[in-house]
Ligand binder design. Structure first.
Ligand code: RNT
Ligand code: ZN
Length: 421
């Protein structure tokens, strides 16, 4: 029997096992196929961007590792992304940051960035069929060196970043218009203090004022949807982060914006999975930055752990697939960067599929009936159902490598492409 037919034979058996639980695996795969994950461009070059070679990362973000072969140009980054997408089943999106602009020969500052500086990205996305998301870059810049941007006591600094925020919304609208799919535009700022501030209030009021200015002009929500991302702490902002969870959740609710939940932005024992059903009665949409913090907001590659499964279960069980925009946010420079994207995205999809093949109506009924014994037994038995056979069949049908074969493809690309950098 060929490998291909082994995969399909295993799937046929798995399909029957799931059918016995009342689960239609074909329906689950059809749902999975419709989900586009937003890959983050910044895993490809350690949050470098193309403004200046070897610029300071800043903003409390830290990359560790020096694995060879990092993308040095937009062309290399797009080639690497093409490779990663080819290893991931389904059709997915790309999240860009403003610092990935291509100004040509011009020297560009953040307030000078314009839609045309992303024309190559748009042409590439059109050709390959990817939607584009966006992020203004409020860090890694001399105007952010004080640790403050939109909440700075210095009006000149605030004005500079407000200008950046406004133009970035236009860039997002340009993406949405050109590609015919809404661009999620995520605003995150690093502002905060290493040590205890005297005044926690004023920077927050200044931030609110800056955001009001950025979001004052109406931008067609069909093309550009703005999101704000809260955070608890960062390196150098351990004692005070201006844009905290409560601040931005309040701001998003009051101003009908999307709220972004990043898995690394809370107390280490707090999970974002529990926040979805708490936040979604009050905001229309949520954006996720799926990440993996190890002891702190370390942005490790997402693995198939309980946290990830709980996030995807909440999205599927709550019927939130239309309102939760799943994006990734991690950067590991110590391993092959294409592998990092591939593993993280495949895991996000695996966790979604696991949630999609749950007999949820049965489980829900057990909640209602107070049948907690049966619920525990079923949930534990589900863990050893032949989920892997369904996933393998999906990869095979989608033309993505099945199982550890991804590593052959990654090794091949390392030899022919990355080794020459
Ligand atoms: C930082 C935020 C933010 C960044 C990216 C690069 O803590 O998570 O989303 O990681 O914008
Ligand atoms: Zn994030």
């Amino acid at each position: 029997m060929s490998n291909d037919s082994k995969v399909m034979a295993a799937y046929a058996l798995a399909q029957e096992r799931y059918a016995a639980l009342g689960v239609d695996t074909e329906a689950a795969l059809a749902k999975l196929e419709a989900i586009a994950i937003s890959l983050h461009c910044w895993q490809g070059d350690d949050v470098g961007g193309f403004e200046s070679p070897g610029g300071e990362l800043g903003g409390g973000l830290a990359k560790t590792g020096n694995y060879p072969g990092k993308a040095r140009t937009p062309q290399e980054l797009r080639r690497d992304l093409d490779m990663a997408y080819s290893l991931i089943p389904g059709r997915h999106r790309l999240a860009l940051h403003a610092m990935y602009a291509e100004p040509g020969a011009q020297k560009l500052d953040r307030n000078g960035v314009r839609p045309e500086h992303f024309a190559n990205w748009v042409a590439w996305a059109k050709e390959k069929g990817h939607g584009l998301d966006f992020n203004p870059t409020y860090f890694g810049h001399p105007m952010a060196a004080s640790g403050f941007t939109l909440s700075s006591y210095d009006k000149g600094v605030r004005d500079f970043w407000v200008e950046h925020g406004i133009i970035c919304r236009e860039i997002g609208a340009y993406f949405g218009r050109e590609l015919g799919t809404t661009c999620l535009n995520n605003h995150w700022i690093p502002d905060g203090m290493k040590d205890t501030p005297a005044d926690r209030k004023t920077p927050r009021l200044l931030l609110k004022d800056s955001l009001d200015r950025i979001f004052a002009a109406p931008v067609d929500k069909q093309h550009n949807l703005d999101a704000v991302e809260g955070k608890l702490f960062g390196i150098g902002a351990e004692s005070y982060t201006v844009g905290s969870h409560e601040f931005y959740l309040g701001y998003a609710v009051a101003n009908k914006l999307v709220y972004t939940l990043d898995s690394g932005h809370y107390h280490p024992t707090e999970t974002i999975s529990d926040k979805l059903s708490s936040v979604l009665p009050f905001v229309d949409d949520v954006m996720l930055h799926v990440s993996r913090g190890v002891r702190w907001d370390s942005d490790h590659v997402v693995i198939l752990n309980d946290d990830l499964q709980a996030i995807m279960q909440e999205i599927v069980r709550g019927d939130y697939l239309g309102r939760v925009h799943i994006g990734l946010d991690f950067f590991d420079a110590s391993i092959n960067r294409i592998a990092a994207w591939t593993v993280g995205t495949r895991n996000a999809l695996k966790a979604l599929l696991m949630a999609l093949v749950e007999p949820y109506a049965q489980l829900q009924q057990m909640d209602v009936e107070g049948n907690y014994t049966a619920r525990l037994v079923l949930l534990e038995e589900l863990k050893s159902m032949p989920f892997g056979a369904v996933w393998d069949a999906y990869c095979q049908r989608q033309g993505a490598p099945v199982g550890y074969a991804v590593m052959d493809a990654i090794r091949g690309y390392e030899r022919t492409e990355l080794a020459n950098r």
